[in-house]
Design a protein. Sequence first.
Length: 582
Amino acid sequence: MSQQQPPDRQQNGDFEKPEGLRSREVTEGPERAPHRSMFRAMGYDDEDLASPMVGVANPAADITPCNVHLDDVAASAIDGVDDADGMPIEFGTITISDAISMGTEGMKASLISRELIADSVELVAFGERLDGLVTVAGCDKNLPGMMMAAIRTDLPSVFLYGGSIMPGEHDGREITVQNVFEGVGAVASGEMTEEELDEMERHACPGAGSCGGMFTANTMASISEAIGLAPLGSASAPAESDERYELAERAGELALDCIENDRRPSEILSRESFENAIAVQVALGGSTNGVLHLLALAAEAEIELDITDFNEISKRTPKIANLQPGGQRVMNDLHEIGGVPVVIRRLLDAGLIHGDAMTVTGRTIAEEIETLELPADEEIEADFFYTVDDPIHEEGAIKILTGNVAPDGAVLKVTAEDNFHHEGPARVFESEEDAMAYVQEGKIESGDVIVIRNEGPRGGPGMREMLGVTAAVVGAGHEDDVAMLTDGRFSGATRGPMIGHVAPEAYVGGPIAALKDGDHVTIDIADRSIDADLSEREISDRLAGIDDPEPRYEGGVLAKYGQAFGSAANGAVTNPGAKRDE
């Protein structure tokens, strides 16, 4: 991590250049004349070169509506940096559209993109000697990737979300892409016509922005506020609203304040920050992917966080918001009643948030709440927002299950019955495609436990999300009577008894590799358990008879990152300095 000292301004020609900033390595002294000439070629002048250099990391792309507008968002952030007397330097990085790659081999690139985004931002910040960052994010893995980069570089940084899409409208109701995915299963089961699905497809995504429900992008945006890396109130404004661009400009200005006060992620983040983030995640009914990404962020920050901590915090934190996928409302509905801060305030008033945790503004989260113009809590009337005393569920939405199938844990998001119990025969598949064919062919039966393995971080590689399969199951009318179990992941839009992140994964010899068709599997949410009716001896004997699997890719980016991934129980990180014991 950087050892840069707080700025101490010193006269440099006609302008002042802060001492202690590492950008001096490329802008100061006669020996840097060639370097300055390169900057001048891009239109920078003496005043710019005497200012802190702020990188604006921008993953804009025409590959997904989540990111298609980010050039405009980044431009507003650049204006903010410039107005605050900084030297804005925009650079790009990649993105993968989770929704478009979903259900294909290409989805294996999604989690790898988290790592590649973090790596690329770290490389630019390191190589170009930047003094600070504004990290812009749209699609799902952009968000943890950008936050990981900020933590890893430990530069004064502000996280900036691009905002979510507005809901579409079909048949008199608001819809999102989740409804379209579920429509695929409904067509397969004869519950919906292809014509109706076509009509839904044309109206679900009306413009730019990340998927509108409390799916992975909006979960991580909410977490960015709760953990302190983004200003409170910055997550919920819609992507194409004037407010989104005003937030972007303020983020640019705030980055200069962070540099001036040497306010870094290492000064902001703490164990309490992560507990706050988990509390908000489980209270909102956030994505299971939040578990994976928070573990990765904690590993990068060298803060101890165990997957079992999610259970402890979820047990004491009620679920108080009913948003998609479990409910019908979207992020914009939350924005209209005050956004994430009204959730934080209710948890804070109930003693479920650490009010003294620091934020990127230099104020604590409790102090920051007091600066916001929010509606009085008692005046908020919304059919999807509940009180701590009268919640949707007494416990938070995230459950970590353990047992002889998942000794290192597995992750479930409760979207319906909080005390769900399921027993049934395993239907084992070695890939997502095989399981999808089983569902689409109408072979699924009530009571089934669909097992999809060899889709973990290393086995996939890349730990694919499987919204296609889960949505097809729900669309076929089996939301409550069929369970799914995988060492891969699920989309934030997944609902029903779908259990992912099984660890250890099959590829490294986890017990899920021992399951066979017909094995009796019991899932009990109240007990947070998942077990097969097999003895330890039976499991070990079966595992002993399985040959070591061959890697699916011998070269290229999938092979490289596949070899580097750690366990999902530890965040599936690839940074050697952040790895936990397997």
